[in-house]
Design a protein around this ligand. Structure first.
Ligand code: EPZ
Length: 422
């Protein structure tokens, strides 16, 4: 098992370039299954365990995938099954969005229910509601969802999402691309990754309008083709480095960061005293003079509000802020497991319902800590970089799921951090 060893206290300086967005690549790989003609070339694909997992999942049902550097060539013209291996789907929730493409193209799909995970139960009832609205019969057997389109294929529908679910919006949008007629998704998720997915679908010949707004309209077409698509930069990776730069930096430039995707984070870091400047190629962050953030209150919510995927990283940065900060997590039920680990490093945090109350302390002290999910892992790395002394982070496989060479990128900014393979 790998571990990350950090010698805290170093200031960070220099330029780091963020990779392509994990949460765009995963649904786009699922969408590539819709192409009955031609080959897709998906560019700027990061090297992540989750991407490898999705490649395995679509390859298992006949897609032919070749990696050429950061480009994946995907040929889905000869698929062999509508039932991806259950263990693969169960192991990664994001695999569940292969259901919509398979149902749309073949009129049926059998997909294992994704396990919950340690940040909450994470049901898929809204995904099912959308498929049923388009005429599919949905049955649950042995932990698998069996989807069956009506004889003439799926038909358009007007679907209201009770929660602006990212995954449900993606699954329904993809299923609607080949349905008869128009589908309208209301209260749709507005994340940039969904806009990127819609752009790829339209490049394949789909007719998706309104992605990025509350209402998405999809006019079904008979067939889709492979397409070339370059994935957007990862706003969560960019945000992770901006937070680290705000609390530890002497001028950190995050190349490839898209400021329109990070307006809520930029606003909160500015409120906490950091200075951020964006140009067309990225965002530079300067720390506050006293080298510690001012306490702020943050509340996560659906895009464009402050992202839940940057919650843990901000909590870590606020552990040494001047004053008391409040972090409220409204998206997931149980996404505060990093707090127990931060307390082992001397953080003064207590939880009241969905809010973590963070009393700023003089300094954190290094300790042995364990990552519980990928963003908690990134938070513990930031805390280790901030702390006096040595920190050992375990559970590194969580970090490898969603960060492409996090250790190498922090090393390039001057951090005393290295990966130990035991
Ligand atoms: C996506 O997960 C992201 N994953 C998550 O990123 C991210 O935290 C999340 O969106 C919220 O922004 C990928 O894109 C691969 P949701 P997803 O459906 O689609 C409830 C990371 O760190 N819900 O928007 O699973 C659900 O329980 C990961 O990269 C229902 O109740 O999130 C949750 O409380 C972690 N019924 C809330 O909605 C449903 O049918 C948001 O879930 C679907 C969701």
């Amino acid at each position: 098992m790998a571990e990350i060893l950090i010698e805290g206290g170093r200031r960070l300086q220099g330029t780091v370039r963020v990779s392509g967005a994990k949460n765009a690549v995963l649904p786009i790989l699922a969408a590539s299954l819709l192409a009955s003609r031609g080959v897709s070339a998906i560019e700027e694909v990061p090297s992540l365990l989750d991407v490898e997992h999705m490649i395995q999942t679509i390859s298992a049902i006949g897609a032919r995938v070749q990696r050429e550097g950061t480009t994946l060539r995907v040929d889905a013209t000869q698929l062999s099954s509508v039932e991806p291996p259950h263990d693969l789907v169960r192991r990664m929730r994001a695999s569940f969005v292969v259901a919509g493409p398979l149902l749309a193209r073949f009129g049926e799909a059998v997909v294992a229910l994704p396990g919950g995970c340690n940040i909450g139960p994470r049901p898929v009832d809204l995904h099912m509601k959308g498929f049923e609205a388009m005429g599919a019969r949905v049955t649950l057997e042995n932990g698998c969802v069996h989807l069956q389109a009506p004889p003439g294929g799926l038909h358009g529908a007007r679907i209201y999402l009770d929660i602006a679910s990212v995954g449900a919006t993606q699954n329904i949008m993809m299923a609607a691309c080949l349905a008869n007629g128009q589908t309208i998704i209301e209260n749709a998720a507005k994340e940039p990754e969904n806009v990127d997915l819609a752009n790829y679908l339209n490049a394949m010949g789909a007719r998706v309008r309104g992605a990025g707004t509350d209402t998405i309209r999809i006019d079904g077409v008979p067939e889709l083709n492979g397409a070339v698509h370059s994935v957007i930069p990862d706003r969560i990776e960019a945000g992770t480095f901006l937070i680290a730069g705000a609390v530890l930096g002497e001028g950190v430039y995050v190349e490839n960061a898209v400021s329109e995707h990070l307006t809520s984070l930029v606003a909160k870091l500015t409120e906490a005293g950091a200075t951020l400047e964006d140009d067309v190629r990225g965002i530079r962050v300067w720390p506050i003079e006293q080298r510690r953030l001012r306490a702020i209150d943050v509340k996560t919510h659906y895009y464009p509000a402050y992202p839940t995927d940057l919650q843990a990283q901000m909590v870590a940065a606020l552990t040494t802020a001047t004053g008391t900060s409040m972090m409220t997590e409204t998206v997931f039920e149980n996404r505060f497991m990093h707090i127990a680990e931060l307390q082992r490093m001397g953080a003064e945090i207590h939880i009241e319902g969905r809010t973590a109350v963070i009393e700023g302390v003089e300094a954190l002290s290094g300790a042995q800590v364990t990552a519980t999910d990928l963003r908690a892992g990134a938070a513990l790395v930031i805390a280790g970089l901030m702390a006096d002394g040595q920190t050992m982070v375990q559970g590194v496989h969580h970090i490898d799921r969603g960060y492409d060479d996090l250790v190498g990128k922090f090393q390039s900014l001057g951090a005393a951090i290295r990966r130990l393979e035991s």
